[in-house]
Every structure is written in structure tokens, then in C-alpha cells.
Design a binder for this molecule. Structure first.
Ligand code: ZN
Ligand code: FE
Length: 256
């Protein structure tokens, strides 16, 4: 299987996973890049997976479905381009011989889901949409801090080797914020300089991994002493409770 982040708009990635004959595509916000790619590589689109309702993730669905006849799967409770098969927590979908489990991750939107496969050529992978980003997390448009924190904790329980396929190239700005939160985190500094050099060559910083995110992403580190201290000092976190720390960090990031 080959995994490809197809750039779209200014900073989106439309992930394509394929076996050189058939492909799945995740969150196609626009159709032309995907259709051109399929055409160029002579690959048949089997399935479209959608994580949440935002237009930059769904805007290409109708045109791609009618051009390819691909099946479409999406979340149970969100406004979606019909027709599609809706999936909720505990359900799974088989695509290209792979089994993807659906994980509900509300917070960015109310019905946001992620797709997890525990073995693609020996490695697990998660398509997590706008929930978990490298070094950061999505904005809370429709959920509470407690909900988003629980969603992120659900993702952080996946195996460390899990490849994290986020849908935006926000890594550098996230890592700059993360290093304001944890200036003494050596793993973070090392990863920031690695990503700076990738971006200087216009290269993609993704996929990340759950193991790496647990070491560098402040939104997965709300239980760490240093993170709680920074949330107090800079963002007025009311207590060391992880939800209070998370809420203060999210607010701080919004104005960073
Ligand atoms: Zn979104
Ligand atoms: Fe988005």
C-alpha cells in the first residue's frame, strides 16, 4: 500500500491510500486534484472516507462520486453530501481488504469521526481529520474542552507506531506554540528544527506518529507538570485539572 498526501487549497492534505490498482481517498475538499491524480496513475477510486462536515473536507465529494462511482462513508450525525453510508462508534468499514475502525472524536465538530486501521503493511494508521494535528489540535467549533480532551485521549491510546494522517499542514505554527508552552522539551526543539528544514524544502511534515505526538504535543500533555505550570502562568488556567489546562491552552493558542 502507498500513502500520499495530496495538497489542496492553501494548507489541506487529501490523503490517498492505494494498492496500485484501487484507492481510497479521505476528505476531498475539492475534486480536480484527486481526479487528475487517479487519471494520471490509472488507478480506480474505490472509496471516499469523510471525517467531518466542513467544506474543505467535503466540497469534492459529489463531483468525485459521480465521476468514479466510489462508495462514500461519513459520520453518523453531521450534514453530509448524500447519498452516503453513515458510521458511528464501534462500527467498522472494510476498504481495499483493510479493516478501519470508527472512533468518535467530537470537539472540532459535534459528530467528527476518525478511521483507524491496526495493520497496513505492518503499521497502524489513523485518519484523524481536524481533531489531532502534529503539535496541536483543531479549534473547538462545536464541542467543549472536556469533549475534545476526551477525543484526543482516545487517539493517544492508539499504539505509539500509529501513523497520524492529519488534514492540514499546521505543524510549524503548532510547534512554535508548543515550544512557548514547553521551552525545555528537547524532543520538541529537535522536531521543530527538523520540520523547519522540511518546510524550507516545501516538503510535507506528515504523517506524524502517536508516540511522537505524546512527546511534543502540549494538547496531549495536559497532565505534565510543565504544561500545567505554563497554562497557569500564561493563560490563567484555573487549576491543574487536565480539562482546565486544556481549555486554557486552546484559548492561548487561539490568540498566539
Ligand atoms: Zn474542519
Ligand atoms: Fe479543515
Amino acid at each position: 500500500m502507498e500513502l500520499i498526501p495530496l495538497p489542496a487549497f492553501s494548507d489541506n492534505y487529501i490523503w490517498i491510500l492505494h494498492n496500485h490498482e484501487r484507492a481510497l481517498v479521505v476528505d476531498p475538499g475539492e475534486p480536480s486534484g484527486v481526479l487528475a491524480w487517479l487519471n494520471e496513475h490509472d488507478i480506480v477510486l474505490d472509496t471516499i472516507l469523510i471525517t467531518h462536515h466542513h467544506a474543505d473536507h467535503t466540497g469534492g465529494v459529489d463531483a468525485i462520486r459521480s465521476a468514479t462511482g466510489a462508495r462514500v462513508f461519513g459520520p453518523l450525525r453531521e450534514q453530509m453530501p448524500e447519498p452516503l453510508q453513515r458510521l458511528g462508534a464501534g462500527e467498522c468499514v472494510e476498504v481495499l481488504g483493510l479493516k478501519f475502525d470508527v472512533i468518535e472524536v467530537p470537539g472540532h465538530t459535534a459528530g467528527h469521526i476518525a478511521y483507524y486501521c491496526d495493520d497496513i503493511d505492518g503499521l497502524p494508521l489513523v485518519f484523524c481529520g481536524d481533531t489531532l494535528f502534529s503539535g496541536g489540535c483543531g479549534r473547538l467549533f462545536e464541542g467543549t474542552p472536556a469533549q475534545m480532551l476526551e477525543s484526543l485521549q482516545r487517539l493517544s491510546q492508539l499504539p505509539d507506531a500509529t501513523r497520524v494522517c492529519c488534514t492540514h499542514e499546521y505543524t510549524l505554527s503548532n510547534l512554535r506554540f508548543a515550544s512557548a508552552v514547553e521551552p525545555d522539551n528537547a524532543d520538541l526543539e529537535k522536531h521543530l528544527s527538523h520540520c523547519k528544514s522540511l518546510r524550507a524544502q516545501n516538503l510535507v511534515t506528515l504523517p506524524s506518529s502517536i508516540g511522537l505526538e505524546k512527546r511534543i504535543n502540549p494538547f496531549l500533555r495536559t497532565g505534565q507538570e510543565a504544561v500545567a505550570r505554563a497554562a497557569h502562568a500564561n493563560a490563567g488556567a484555573a487549576s491543574n485539572d487536565p480539562v482546565a489546562v486544556f481549555a486554557a491552552l486552546r484559548e492561548w493558542k487561539n490568540r498566539f
